[in-house]
Design a protein around this ligand. Structure first.
Ligand code: TXD
Length: 321
């Protein structure tokens, strides 16, 4: 049986960490593609020379030639430009749409059976465009946003409560923008509602609410917080880890329930758009969307987020994509 072949399109910050995690976790052979001459070859060579030390067998190669991704089982796309300080995700729309169009045409040609995880921003638009240009089945084209946004939310909750982040269950739904929806009511520590723990900690419901609101706001702005500190580029360790969790769920047919950017066909009352929702990820990609009951306030936030996604997609279409 041959090893999985995993093509990483974009060999920049996230692409490099993806390559390393893929190798370390022995998920398969890595082909790192980038348009910059020699750059992915250099990264791949550097990483391959760590195999002896880290003890992985997977091959790691870099390329500027799409034919090298032929037959890839999985494709993870980070090609595009990251945000600069003060730049919104949507400013990236035109530049990255042109790139994504080109990527999709090539993935369609050389890896027509792959399951694809899109990371490039603006995420909801890029995953939509990849799907449209490639014509791949919707369940095999998935966007990464929710796993990262949820991990950020969980991190802030863990810090606030002084407990292990491993015991936090928290989910963020909606689009990957400022309108994303961290689900407060469902957030829990091994089943204990986070709000209950906050109320016990502060012995004051209003204060508990205030603390939670601050964590929700920080989650929504978390990408920008990192951008501001880094000065050049955007988050790359955590987005790579998030995509690897999705990749493992698919490659090992884990049926994990993860919040991902999935194509909705009536679920959550949305039709024809990619939106962040809980889904079962397994060997077939998205195997099921898990719907859940939202109260009036959550539904209003979700509607607002879906509206932002539809506007973004409309903008992209108006610009000719
Ligand atoms: O959670 C999420 N979805 C995200 C998304 C979280 C953080 C950042 N996110 C976005 O991922 C970010 O806004 C960017 O759109 C992508 C990639 O971020 P990264 O930090 O890895 O950007 P880099 O380091 O600039 O890498 C992008 C690479 C770079 O090496 C370019 O040469 C290459 O993409 N590139 C291309 N590759 C292939 N094909 C084409 N046409 C191309 N154009 C540029």
């Amino acid at each position: 049986m041959r090893r999985n072949k995993i093509a990483l399109i974009g060999g920049g910050q996230i692409g490099g960490v993806l390559a390393q995690l893929t190798a370390l976790r022995q998920l398969g052979d890595v082909v790192l593609f980038d348009i910059v001459q020699d750059f992915p070859q250099g990264k791949a060579l550097d990483l391959a020379e760590a195999a002896k030390i880290d003890g992985f067998d997977g091959r790691v190669t870099g390329t500027n030639d799409y034919s090298d991704i032929t037959g890839a089982d999985m494709v993870i796309i980070t090609a595009g430009l990251p945000r600069k300080p003060g730049m919104s995700r949507d400013d990236l729309l035109v530049t990255n749409a042109k790139i994504m169009q080109n990527v999709a045409e090539n993935v369609k040609q050389y890896a027509p059976d792959a399951i694809v995880i899109v990371i490039s921003n603006p995420l909801d638009a890029m995953v939509t465009l990849f799907r449209k240009v490639s014509g791949f089945p919707h369940h095999k084209v998935i966007g990464q946003a929710g796993v990262l946004d949820s991990s950020r939310f969980a991190t802030f909750i863990a810090w606030e409560l002084g407990v292990s982040v491993k015991d936090i269950n928290a989910m963020v739904l909606g689009g990957h923008g400022d309108t994303m929806v961290p689900l407060v009511r469902y957030a829990n520590v091994n089943g204990i509602p986070v709000m209950e723990l906050l109320e016990r900690k502060y012995k004051d419901a209003a204060k508990a609410k205030e603390v939670m609101t601050a964590m929700v706001e920080r989650t929504k702005m978390a990408g920008g917080e990192v951008v501001k500190l880094l000065k050049t580029g955007s988050a790359f360790y955590s987005p790579a880890s998030a995509a690897i969790q999705m990749a493992e769920a698919i490659l090992f047919d884990e049926k994990r329930v993860l919040p991902v950017c999935a194509y909705l066909n009536g679920e959550f009352n949305v039709s024809g758009y990619y939106v962040g929702v809980p889904a079962v990820l397994g060997a077939n990609g998205i195997e099921k969307i898990l719907e859940l009951t939202l109260d009036a306030e959550e539904q209003a936030l979700m509607d607002n987020s879906v509206k932002a996604v539809t506007e973004l997609v409309a903008d992209m279409e108006r610009l000719g994509f």
